[in-house]
Design a binder for this molecule. Structure first.
Ligand code: FAD
Ligand code: UDP
Length: 372
């Protein structure tokens, strides 16, 4: 390479304006580095992006509730924007019967009429005792050993198999461990200490992170990667890791979603932000009524039905499928990534990990601290 071509315009080219790319860019700027952030979508923010419809912040890529146990992460985001006091308390609709989530004393009362933690524990114990599951090998075994068969069949199996398009016996146990099981009358979906939604929506958070940083949308890195690479000393890549390496070992699999949104001429359609449809015949998994995330008082409402889909090229890769085949394939790509000297890989797609927002921020802060 000739020496004059080494003159780079930016310290970092950041591929992907999602939360990972935005936090990394913010940290780099603080340290006096220059960044260009590009995204192939026509907006910034990645999957946390909100679209304003009828003055309601519509979570365009699915409901996003911020939660964390880490005070440093909570302080970090609160230093950028104000958060409201929203607490996620979804309702499950099983063939018309309503139950509180996550699995707690309200759910146990609604299902079995039990009123004390002891009665609830005995009921679950009774359901699982003859099964003898000591080391749950898959999601079904994990779920039954936590909450018994009744809850598994009414509130978990149908939802999970729709969501993942696979038998619960073929899914990893960790997915269901995301949900709390508690023996108190507490409908808070998360156990974390801190929770809320940015006042005015997630775009405010992304705008604050990217304030003063050069950004370009509608730019796919792979359409001209040589030209993009020439612009910066280091690439921060938050897209699909298998695509970065030209699918050399084959394609990683993802789960996708289709969102069907409607504006309705009513001020309150379902009385809650999130209602899950846990039976196996309703084709969607949940209906989101976006205004309730911000206690909206608008005259109209916007609802979104979420239909899980098998992923194929051209659809959005929303969830990594962390089964053994895909995890093994990912490790091969990660070994290649480890050999790259001027590329930093991060985020849900490049790390092929079922990360929540607070975990993405923690991971971006760590990478920024290690590499900048
Ligand atoms: P992304 O947001 O996916 O950003 C990556 C960006 O890279 C995208 O904008 C993409 O367009 C861009 N890109 C990819 N390839 C290229 C390319 N070749 N050229 C240019 N740009 C490219 N987390 C929570 O904490 N709470 C929740 O309630 C929650 N709900 C969720 C609901 C759904 C339906 C989904 C899918 C996720 C949810 N999450 C939630 C997780 C959260 O969305 C992620 O943790 C976070 O948004 C990931 O940020 P990221 O930057 O890694 O990825
Ligand atoms: N889940 C379920 N019933 C529900 C909600 C969730 O069985 O009513 C299971 C399902 O397998 C799902 C997992 O719990 O994939 C994690 O749920 P979460 O709400 O965290 O999913 P996400 O927000 O990531 O889509």
């Amino acid at each position: 390479m000739k020496s004059q071509t080494n003159k780079k315009q930016f310290d970092y080219l950041i591929v992907g304006a999602g939360l990972f790319g935005s936090v990394f860019a913010h940290e780099a700027k603080k340290k006096g580095k220059t960044c260009l952030v590009i995204d192939k979508r026509n907006h910034l923010g990645g999957n946390v992006y909100c679209e304003s419809i009828e003055d309601i912040n519509v979570h365009k890529y699915g409901a996003h509730i911020f939660h964390t146990n880490d005070k440093k992460i909570w302080d970090y985001v609160n230093n950028l924007v104000e958060f409201n006091h929203y607490i996620n308390s979804p309702i499950a609709n099983y063939n018309g019967e309503l139950y509180n989530l996550p699995f707690n004393m309200n759910t146990f009362y609604q299902l079995w009429g039990v009123k004390t933690p002891e009665e609830a524990k005995n009921k679950i114990q009774e359901e699982i005792k003859e099964l003898n599951i000591s080391n749950p090998k898959n999601l079904e075994e994990q779920a039954i050993s936590l909450v018994g068969k009744d809850i598994y069949f009414k509130l978990i199996k149908g939802y999970t198999e729709k969501q993942w398009g696979r038998k619960a016996t073929d899914l990893p146990a960790f997915i269901i461990k995301r949900l709390p099981v508690r023996f108190t009358y507490d409908n808070n979906y998360f156990n974390d200490k801190y929770q809320g939604i940015p006042v005015g929506g997630y775009n405010k958070l992304i705008d604050a992170l990217l304030d003063g940083i050069e950004t370009m949308t509608d730019q796919d890195y792979f359409e001209n990667n040589a030209e993009w690479n020439a612009k910066a000393k280091t690439i921060v890549f938050t897209g699909r890791i298998d695509e970065f390496f030209g699918f050399k070992y084959g394609k990683l699999n993802y789960r996708s979603l289709k969102f069907e949104s409607k504006t309705l001429d009513t001020d309150n359609f379902q009385g809650n932000a999130v209602i899950n449809y846990t039976d196996s015949t309703t084709p969607f998994t949940r209906i989101i009524e976006h205004k309730h995330f911000e206690f909206g008082k608008q005259k109209k409402t916007v609802i979104t039905k979420e239909y899980p889909q098998e992923w194929e090229e051209g659809k959005e890769p929303y969830y990594p499928v962390n089964d053994t085949i895909n995890n093994d394939l990912f490790i091969k790509y990660r070994d290649l990534a480890d050999k790259e000297t001027n590329v930093i890989f991060g985020g849900r797609l490049a790390e092929y990990k079922y990360y929540d927002m607070h975990q993405i921020i923690a991971s971006a802060l760590k990478k920024a601290a290690d590499f900048i």
